[in-house]
Write a protein that binds this ligand. Structure first.
Ligand code: ADP
Ligand code: MG
Length: 548
């Protein structure tokens, strides 16, 4: 029991049930005394003066203001205790705002933020720069293939290099351009080529408009004074008019590619003409290139990689970025050798490197003393286990900060990081389960029902029996036991169930299946699927099965 009750002022009778005998007498004596009583804040113990219901609310309020400054807690004890005056000025958000903010600039921890400094990627960035500098000399850089697991800084480094390349090319006024395409979003040959074509058409329009402006200027001055043409390539005003007419035709003929509908070779030739309209070196960055190849094969890469031999004015160079180390196995050998002229590997970060990365970002993201000492090392350690993923490390740090903020703590602590780890893991599970195909969901639901009915070491046959009943219940096709076994293996690979093969001696071998994710949350996700939502009443028949 808490200390406030030991001196006998408790009025809550349910609490007093747990009290030692000797206190009970005193409590009864004073019960009811304080309901309407007027008390001065100075001579009361808040916890004693109010019932349990209000106690919870008050705890929250005290925590809000707690810590830094007691004068500005924003809790007026008189009002809370006596409940006579209402504080109308307090809105929904006042309490939340009143706490010391944890974050200075949370955006810095989001994936969309491109850092200006990338510790521990100097080697990779220099390698890219050494290859791409040719573009600034008007030569064609070798194609580059970048490999590394997710969160190893590939995208951030590539974007950093491309910004530098473009700003340097502007500084020296050399025609060098970088086009970045995320192939997870732009995932077919049509879309990649259409996006590229439209980008260059837009650039060409701007270029033509510039030229037209100066030609029209020239024309109007030359109309009065033909001497003006002497140091141009035009002999007569008519020549200028002709050139203006040509450019206007060019501009009109550049038709932007619609998002769907054209034959692919028309999209390709539109891109080809648009890029070759002007002298330039173009670096095309294809991020998540493995997704493109997986979804639509290597035609895009084949077409892009042989373009240079046909272009007259421009040159293109491809930089492919892949999360999948083995993706070139699926490429046509010609594409593979052309694309992989240069290869750069991004190894996973270790815990120390992750600490540096987090520290750099935390300095900008958080208020001065918002982080306790063990927060960054713990985030780094968790993310190092997760294949050295800097994205995970930053997510952890941001989520820990948000959890601290939500609980109105003054600082982010180790416990917040652990909560964040659980939350992120649960979010992942929820997402995986939510996007499972219906049949896998039914199989998973069968396993959950068995576990909920206390079955341990579940075997495939048991899962299959429940699975069949569930399918009948919701009118779904029933797969063979063999297929169901495959689906269980897939769930195992996704980390949702654990299936171990055990030997039953002369009875052969069987699988023992158990759930490796939180049961209630997983069940809730499954039942939120409209098809499975109808089988809430499955419990009885599962029960019946085990009663027999
Ligand atoms: P990848 O493309 O390899 O999956 P990203 O480049 O998207 O990884 O990096 C994931 C997150 O980690 C991004 O928010 C990025 O800004 C950050 N990050 C990765 N490496 C570094 C680094 N060396 N320094 C600072 N931030 C980094
Ligand atoms: Mg990336």
């Amino acid at each position: 029991m808490t200390e406030h009750e030991t001196d006998g002022h408790t009025t809550d009778t349910t609490d007093s049930m747990d009290e030692p005998e000797e206190d009970e007498h005193e409590e009864q004596k004073e019960a009811g005394d304080d309901d309407e009583q007027t008390v001065r804040p100075s001579d009361i113990d808040i916890h004693e003066s109010i019932g349990n219901d209000t106690l919870d609310d008050l705890d929250v309020e005290l925590e809000n203001g707690g810590g830094s400054s007691t004068e500005s807690t924003g809790v007026d004890l008189d009002e809370v205790v006596l409940e006579e005056t209402k504080d109308d000025s307090k809105g929904l958000f006042d309490d939340l705002l009143s706490g010391e903010p944890i974050f200075e600039n949370k955006e810095v921890l989001r994936p969309s933020y491109t850092p200006h400094e990338l510790p521990h990627r100097t080697d990779q960035i220099n390698q890219m720069a050494t290859i791409l500098v040719s573009a600034l000399r008007g030569e064609t850089p070798s194609n580059i293939l970048i490999y590394g697991k997710t969160g190893t800084g590939k995208t951030a480094s590539a974007k950093f290099v491309s910004q530098e390349l473009e700003s340097t090319s502007q500084k020296y006024d050399v025609p060098c351009e970088v086009e970045y395409i995320n192939c997870e979003v732009t995932d077919t040959q049509y879309r990649v080529l259409a996006q590229l074509a439209n980008k260059f058409i837009e650039k060409n329009h701007a270029l033509i408009d510039d030229r037209l402006d100066s030609l029209r200027d020239l024309r109007s001055t030359a109309a009065d004074d033909s001497e003006r043409l002497s140091d141009t390539r035009f002999d007569t005003v008519d020549d200028v008019d002709e050139r203006i007419a040509d450019l206007e035709t060019d501009r009109e003929e550049m038709e932007t590619v619609p998002m769907t509908g054209w034959p692919t070779d028309r999209v390709y030739s539109t891109f080809f003409e648009a890029v070759d309209y002007n002298e330039r070196v173009v670096v095309i960055m294809l991020d998540e290139i493995d997704k493109l190849v997986e979804k639509s094969g290597d035609d895009t890469l084949y077409n892009l990689s042989r373009m240079n031999s046909e272009l007259d004015n421009s040159r293109i160079s491809i930089m492919g970025i892949s999360n999948d180390l083995k993706f070139t196995d699926f490429l046509d050998p010609r594409v593979k050798s052309s694309l992989g002229e240069e290869e750069i590997v991004f190894p996973p970060y270790d815990a120390n490197q992750l600490r540096d990365i987090l520290q750099h970002r935390a300095d900008i993201a958080f208020k001065g003393d918002a982080l306790t000492d063990d927060v960054i090392p713990l985030c780094a350690a968790f993310a190092a286990q997760e294949h050295g993923d800097a994205r995970r490390a930053l997510d952890l740090l941001r989520t820990a900060g948000e959890l601290a903020e939500r609980s109105q703590a003054d600082t982010v602590e180790e416990a917040h990081v652990r909560q964040a780890q659980d939350k992120i893991e649960l979010d992942r599970v929820v997402e995986v389960v939510r996007t499972l195909p219906t049949q896998s969901k039914i199989v998973l639901f069968s396993i959950i029902l068995l576990e909920k009915n206390g079955v341990h070491n579940i075997n495939t046959g048991e899962v299959f029996n429940i699975y069949k009943r569930l399918c009948e219940e919701i009118d779904a096709d029933i797969l063979t036991q063999r297929r169901v076994t495959d689906l269980i293996s897939e769930l195992d690979m996704l980390g949702i169930v654990n299936a171990v093969v055990v030997s039953k001696g002369r009875y052969g071998r069987t699988k023992e299946i158990s759930l490796s994710v939180p049961i209630d949350e997983t069940e809730a996700v499954l039942l939120s699927d409209s098809r499975l939502g109808n089988i809430e009443d499955a419990q009885p028949f599962v029960q019946a099965r085990f009663d027999n």
